[in-house]
Write a protein that binds this ligand. Structure first.
Ligand code: NAD
Length: 500
């Protein structure tokens, strides 16, 4: 097994052109059984890890250039978390892929049964542009850990990163383990016509629908990691300065272009004024007098997204508490907090996905819960309250992909917590063990010795004692007392033995 595959001859295009996509080679690797071996999986997880570690500087350059991320932020949210994810999978591979024994019903004993996790086959991973490295590497790591081979489709809106991934992957993986296809709508549409064994998609709900429709043609299972409006509730029982810092950090990291960023805040009236003051103070503390000159504030990915955000800001109504400045030439949008926005304005209808934070005032948590449940289930829900009854009301009264009390965004980094959406925010989940489970087929296996043939109890004819015993033992709703079952079982067995 090549530890550092250098099989791409010079002059060979790095990215697999669509017409050269060799799904047969990828599928044969899995059907041959070679990828069932944990050594195979470790070797390729190791290769993925080395790809990120050995080329971190180039990867960070691409992330800074494509998305306008601050360099250290790109390390924290892209290269570091990717390697953490790989390390978790390597550390627990044996445990997470082990078969699980289950007990047999009395009638089917003796024998044994277990669930074994099998590789699914070829997994297509389609990535978005906002965390274009991490959201490719983490699902790919899960796919490899589960013994699958992969096709990676990076986002065309992070073109340098996509080209770099296209160049590096063939250096670390043979073409029967991983292939990269780059391109936009046209290329992805063509790729989706092929039959995969699983599709792992991260992106918008609009494209999620397109992917699921294409998958339906082949009855291919999908994981959809989508977005939506993730709400944040705040009341006056918490330390509002700390709450404000955590909200501001979660919102303005990557200039608000984060699927689990707090989309908007619902604050109770007694907390409103102080929260607004603290939010403004936190923006000032993090990004200085003029955020435009801060090295720690990212930019908007492209002109189209910038124009969309400026229009959302313009039509929001309400008052600007802090920020509001923008410059298309620099793809700059100041970290902006808005108070009293119009609940009917476009900014409260679509996912904001940028550095604008509307703060709406609610009478109490019940009103907030009503507003949350009147929309599609969010990807994340954040609750800042120290009151047990308020926390319980959110826990019972709402549904969301994930939930955090007292924090925003960082639940994504707990690799032991499955990450995913529900309803319009997605289906399926991943990270750590959840990735292995999601990207494996769970095969149920029964092993039943042929002798003695205890299954005779199920064979006709059901005459005499056998008929009566089986009839009595399988009567629906009958109390299953072990002593009675044993007595009846022994009687049935005696009848079978007597008959030979
Ligand atoms: P997108 O849906 O526009 O694009 C995602 C991928 O789909 C890209 O690779 C793109 O090439 C491909 N694509 C686009 N149009 C297509 C089409 N018509 N047919 C086939 N493929 C197509 O998403 P985006 O703008 O890159 O990312 C932003 C969205 O992703 C936001 O909604 C955000 O909330 C969501 N997101 C979710 C998560 C998560 O983990 N749940 C993470 C990041 C982003």
């Amino acid at each position: 097994m090549p530890s550092h595959h250098t099989g791409a001859p010079s002059g060979t295009p790095a990215v697999t052109p669509l017409d050269r996509l060799d799904l047969g080679a990828l599928r044969r690797t899995v059907t041959s059984g070679v990828s069932a071996d944990l050594r195979w999986r470790r070797a390729h997880l190791g290769a993925l890890r080395r790809l990120v570690v050995e080329h971190e500087a180039e990867l960070l350059d691409a992330l800074v250039a494509d998305v306008g991320k601050p360099r250290l932020e790109a390390r924290l949210t892209e290269t570091y978390v990717s390697v953490e994810e790989i390390d978790q999978l390597l550390a627990h591979l044996e445990e997470w892929t082990a078969p699980r024994q289950v007990s047999l019903p009395l009638m089917l004993r003796p024998g044994s049964a277990h669930v074994e996790l099998q590789p699914k086959g070829v997994v297509l991973v389609i990535g978005p542009w906002n965390y274009p490295l991490n959201l490719l590497v983490s699902p790919v790591a899960g796919a490899l850990a589960a013994g699958n081979t992969v096709v990676l489709k990076p986002s065309e809106h992070a073109p340098r990163l996509a080209a770099l991934v296209g160049r590096l992957v063939p250096l670390y993986f043979p073409a029967d383990v991983a292939q990269v296809v780059t391109g936009g709508v046209e290329e992805t549409t063509a790729v989706l016509e092929h039959r995969f064994d699983h599709i792992f998609f991260t992106g918008s709900d609009r494209v999620g629908r397109i992917v699921m429709r294409a998958a339906a043609e082949h009855l291919t299972p999908v994981t959809l990691e989508l977005g939506g409006k993730s709400p944040t509730f705040v009341d006056d029982s918490v330390d509002l300065a700390v709450a404000a810092r955590r909200i501001v950090w979660g919102k303005f990291t990557n200039a608000g272009q984060t699927c689990v960023a707090p989309d908007h805040v619902l604050v109770t009236r007694p907390a409103r004024d102080r929260l607004l003051t603290e939010l403004a103070a936190a923006v000032h503390e993090f990004f200085g007098d003029d955020p435009r000159t801060s090295p720690d504030l990212g930019r908007i990915v492209d002109a189209g997204q910038h124009a969309r955000l400026v229009e959302l800001l313009r039509s929001a109504g309400g008052t600007v508490v802090v920020g509001g400045q923008h410059d298309a030439g620099d793809r700059y949008l100041a970290p902006t907090v808005l108070a009293d926005v119009d609940p009917e304005a476009p900014i409260m209808q679509e996912e904001i996905f940028g550095p604008v934070l509307p703060v709406l005032t609610v009478a109490d948590h019940d009103e907030a819960i009503g507003m949350i449940t009147s929309r599609a289930h969010p990807l994340a829900l954040y609750v800042f309250s120290e009151q047990d009854d308020v926390r319980a009301a959110f826990a019972l009264g709402t549904t969301s992909g994930g939930m955090a009390y007292g924090a925003t965004v960082v639940h994504f980094g707990v690799t032991q917590l499955p990450f995913g959406g529900v309803g319009a925010s997605g289906m399926g989940s991943y990270h750590g063990r959840a990735s292995v489970e999601e990207l494996s087929h769970h095969r149920s296996v029964l092993d039943k010795p042929l002798g003695p043939d205890t299954l005779r109890v199920l064979y006709p004819p059901f005459d005499g004692l056998k008929g009566r015993v089986v009839g009595a033992a399988t009567a629906p709703g009958r109390p299953r007392r072990p002593a009675v079952l044993l007595r009846e079982g022994l009687a049935a067995l005696r009848g079978i033995v007597r008959r030979g």
